[in-house]
Write a protein that binds this ligand. Sequence first.
Ligand SMILES: [Zn+2]
Length: 758
Amino acid sequence: MLKKSLLLLATAFAITSSQAQMLPCASDQMRKKLLAEHPELLQIEADLEKQIQEGMRKIDFTKAAKTTFVDQSNNESFWYDIPIVVHIIHDYNPFSTSTFNGDFIPDDFVFESVKDWNTVFAKQNGDTIDVIPPFKKWVGNPRIRLHLATKDPMGNPTKGITRRRSYLTYTGGDQAKYDGWSNTSYINLWFINKMSVDHSEAAAYAYKPSAVTFIPFYDGVISLAGYMNNGSKTMNHELGHVLNLSHVWGDNNQPNIACGDDNVDDTPPTKGHNTTGCTSASIYDTVCSINYFKLYTDSLGNMELVNYPDTNNSQNIMDYTYCDKMFTKGQSKRMHLALNSDIGGRNMLWDSSNLVATGALAPFPDLKPIPDFTVTNVTGTSMLTKNANFAFPGKDVKFTSFTMNDTVTAMKWYFNDAAVPASTSITGFTHQFTDPGWVKLTMTATGNHTGDSTKSFEKALFVTEATGTPASGYFQEFTPSSDRDKWPMFNYYNNEFKWELADVGAYDGNCLKYNGYDNRVTAFSGPINGTPRGDFDDFFTLPMDLTGFGSACNLNFFYSGASRSASTASINDSLYIDYTINKGTAWISLAKLGKGDIFNKGAVTTAYTPAGTWDWAPKTIALPAPAITNYTTFRFRYRPGVSANEVTSSGNNFYMDRIHFSPWPAEVSSINAGATSVTIVPNPTMGDAYVVVNDAANTTVQLSVSDITGKVVYTTSQAIRGTQARIVIPASATTAKGIYLVQTLTGHQVNTQKLVVY
Ligand SMILES: [Zn+2]
């Protein structure tokens, strides 16, 4: 009969809200992964559970059952004050406090969110009024107060918020846990834009205290920025895990399958409820909890039966419903016991000396603003188009302030170029630049009552040339005397994976290197932050005038690269080559090179450097007709992949040199490979040189000699008699000492060799 009356009430709890669905939590998945690496985790979990069970035995549950909706299960009145730090891992995507999209969460939103988490941890959340009658008296008060730290681990003043730009905001996971502070002094909470594919369905996850033995540097909560505070109590759920609570159906990520338990007596056994769980059917689901009771021995040694609700507690914060409203008294007690255990060191968090060291109870400091900004030169929102600090003359460039740490009341932006007017906009401004080269920006931000702070950014923006450089005869060799400074490189995320100039291993003297090799080994061996997965780094060519070649034009270069891994499946590095013919309004894909395209040297397990020219290979990419304009700019974007361990790079160092444009290809056609041999004698030479070409398939050889600047100094053609042609390069054609490039063309086969004249 009791059940009947409950069913009548049930309609009141039908879904009435359009609140975002709570995505599942990946905590159990991450525990499983850790367990696979460290089977001894089970013993530590058992040790902690034993401590907690001993603690639970001291509670008079028979008394607890008689109390009403007022207080905790025992008479404790102690409040747990706990220092926390919020780490915002972002890519300057503004955060909307209405849609919860973005990742650059404002300080004020953090402050409001922490207040809301604390409301739930103090049982002050108003929605407990909607807890169904059977559970009213089991609503617990966790008596936990979280405090954003006012002192960082070095003792410096802080608002308990750190910010770091990283591509890992798009592929969040343990690797995105930058800037972690000691987990026995602070609870770390990281917020990101998206989870990685490994747990793409998850909104958040956390590690329980037992896991912390192995991975103290990953301890804490990681969550989508959008779940910091969207009404779903995600943080209370995850912090429940931090304090050793399980999901109400047990330690797995499969709700709605089998009856399970969480070792908490006043959360009846349940299958748990998935994201659609906020229905009367789940709130009054009795399938696992019919006739649920427990027997206890009271302080006088008498057995007493506590008749717990015969329906499951799907309004529990540790279920997956999005009508979660409560922790139970048993859960609150278990959290307290976890806070008193040295397993995981949670007992140190609320220790009075730690509260002093972290400034948890101290007044919030006033800190000066820290100026910061982004540049966007087109209105794009994709990774390919935004945040490119590469601008074209006469095109709008938008500067947006991402100044942090304080409310800004005034701002000044000024540039090294006096022709560029200063701006006093607090939020940002748009400007067109004309002078080519690097632009230095200085920002002075004034805090609401903390004064000014000024910061300069030497390479805020690169403005390229206004006219195209004739491509005919142009070679980019990256030598100091070249115009390589007009080919800017960008390491957007300021890490070790980047383009850089190199003079070791170069094809001839200098070259470009993508630093793709790193020394990190495996996950869980240390706080390895910054897996290269998701990173990308660019360099740009000058705008080129390609019209001098007619309709046939190739982008040619030499390259040398190796993979880190021998397994083809785990080589995911790629080089994207794009071009623009309209000053960056659109970038069009020319080629995406991967695996064998860029790794001509196969697998090399140590940091790769080419040993000589023989380690280099030519590459030719024919340009489509639309790319052949008098103002075409190319972008080379390297995207490092990850090895099977998902941490270290799968690629090794990658080298490029001698980038040029030509009606001829740089590479030997694979169709005819081997059919021709070309020999230059003598080489080096002081006078004439002879080029001997053996080719049985063709009748004519065309020959072209260019100097190191790409200027063609000699051309001729000659018939092949029998299978051989012998062509002279007269000394009069190579009067300057140095290196010449000798190209022969027979049929479709081009051969390029160096001739040294001394
Ligand atoms: Zn969870």
